[in-house]
Design a protein around this ligand. Structure first.
Ligand code: SF4
Length: 110
């Protein structure tokens, strides 16, 4: 059976290089640079290695969360992890919103 090529975008940094994953028998076995995207057919070493973590036995497949600020990371559900992230972002927004509003007002009247 011929290898499949699946176009994707590298997630290692914000540059956004495109490449194809080479897939054989349902397993990602390599990377082929794509002329599309920021890299225009070139990849750095992280992009060239992007296929290696997919089937790695130590790859995280569930979120880990601490119970409070201390303590060990423990497996949790995506719902609980996303709820905590949403709560933290709301807290940051509430804490900084007034400061940002004052900053914008200051910019408007300078
Ligand atoms: S290949 Fe390298 S430069 Fe391109 S997105 Fe991935 S990490 Fe960034």
């Amino acid at each position: 059976m011929a290898d499949k090529k699946i176009l994707t975008t590298c997630v290692y940094c914000g540059t956004g290089c495109n490449f194809f994953f080479r897939v054989r028998n349902g397993k990602v076995i390599g990377v082929i640079p794509s002329p599309r995207g920021a890299g225009q057919g070139k990849l750095c070493i992280k992009g060239w290695s992007a296929h290696e973590f997919i089937h790695h036995p130590e790859r995280l497949t569930v979120p880990l969360m601490r119970d409070g600020k201390e303590g060990p990371l423990q497996e949790t559900t995506w719902e609980k992890a996303l709820a905590r992230v949403a709560q933290r972002l709301s807290d940051i927004k509430a804490r900084t919103e007034r400061r940002h509003r004052l900053f914008h007002l200051r910019q408007m009247y300078q």
